[in-house]
Structure formats: C-alpha cells, structure tokens
Design a protein around this ligand. Sequence first.
Ligand SMILES: O=C(CO)COP(=O)(O)O
Length: 250
Amino acid sequence: MARRPLVVGNWKMNCTRATAQQLLADLLAGLPTDAKAQVGVCPAYVFIPELGAMLAGKTIALGAQNVADQDQGAFTGEISAPMLKEFGCAYAIVGHSERRLVYGETNALVAARYAKAIEHGITPIFCVGETLEEREQDKTFAVIDEQLQAVLDLCGVASLSQAVIAYEPVWAIGTGRTATTEQAQEVHAYIRAQIAKLDAEVAEGLQILYGGSVKADNAAALFGMPDVDGGLVGGASLDAKSFLAICLAA
Ligand SMILES: O=C(CO)COP(=O)(O)O
C-alpha cells in the first residue's frame, strides 16, 4: 500500500495575528493543488479560528499543537478535542518533546490526550523520540517502546489506523543537527516493525513523520527513505518559501 506523504508545520509559540495570516496566505498561494503531499499547519490556539476560516474548502489541513485529556470542565488552560473540532482542526500534535520535557507531560498523560483526539475524530500526531543522553546510552529503542506502549495500552493498535506518528529525536530539534537519513530510517523501520508485530496492516498504512531540523536542503533525502513518510517541521515552517520547498520535496 502506498502511503501518501504528509508534511506538517508546527509553528510552536510564534507569529503575530498578522504574520500568521500572511504566512498562511503565502502557503495557499504557493502550494500547487496537485501537490503529492498532504500539507498541514499547526498554529498557536488563538490563531485557529481565523486561519480555519481561511482554510475552508482548501487543501491545507489545520491542526493544533496539543489537545486536552478531558472533554470539558474545570481544567484551566486546556483546550478540548470537541472545541478544536468545532474550528475545523483535523490534526492535533500530542506528546511533543517540548510538552514532555519543558512541561512535564508523562507517557500516561500523552496517551490520554491521544485517546481524546481519536475519540473525537481528530488525527493525533503522536510524537516520540529520545534525548541525546538516552541515545548515547543506547536507550533509543527502549524509550520509544515505552512511549508507544502507553498509547497501545490505553487505545490499542487499531487506533493507529487513525493516527500519525512523528519520530523527533530531541537532540535534532531546533539545533540544526538533523538525524542522518540512516539514523531516521533505522528508527522509523523499528517503530513500524514493532507495530507490525501487533497488526501488519496497520503498520503498513501508518504514516511515520520525521521531525528535527528538517530544512529545504535535507528534506528530499530524508523523505526518500522507505519508512519516512514526511515531516513535522518547526523553524523552517515559519518561512513560506522554505516550507513550500519542503512540501514539494515529499
Ligand atoms: O519540533 C519540531 C517539530 O515539531 C522540529 O523543530 P525544528 O524543525 O525547528 O527542529
């Protein structure tokens, strides 16, 4: 089964109201309608209503950078899946390393967020990946096993047919230090093989994105690897020209 490439821009906590609109307008103007890759953008929550309106009927998909583990209630600062759905979000990133490491989100919390996205028909972009220290201690696969297992325990392998996985080695995020194509392929193939042990069909159809210093000049090589199905792009997604070049490399 051929997997369609997917390229998603994670804008993180960047842009003003005006620059967010301009960036999206430039992407809409520059992305060919017959682009091979599905393209998505994940702006900060406050920009979602306006950008969602700009995207009505367009081919670029809208996503959020996180999603609550609850539907509604006394959860100050959280945004629920039904709220995101109402504003047209097709995707929600869960378990980004910045959430895990800066804000202390655990595997269990990430799995609960993932579950809510699935329950409400939002595709979670489930991030996994090791720190530099973990890689140096040869713990990469063990760390990824634990991150995956939390989601498998709560939601089962079938849920992955409605999800996307993003492998983001923490040491490659925002550092300009990209994983080599071989390093990325090795981990992507490992993730797919682990899932294939449980369900070969789900594993075959699963889009596994690479994230971590994806740029216009390394995207084609990364996306050319057999188990790399696109990218989750941070810094380079804030510049329309470079993000469009990355999209077209997929
Ligand atoms: O964290 C990332 C995407 O979610 C990657 O960020 P950079 O592309 O800036 O390294």
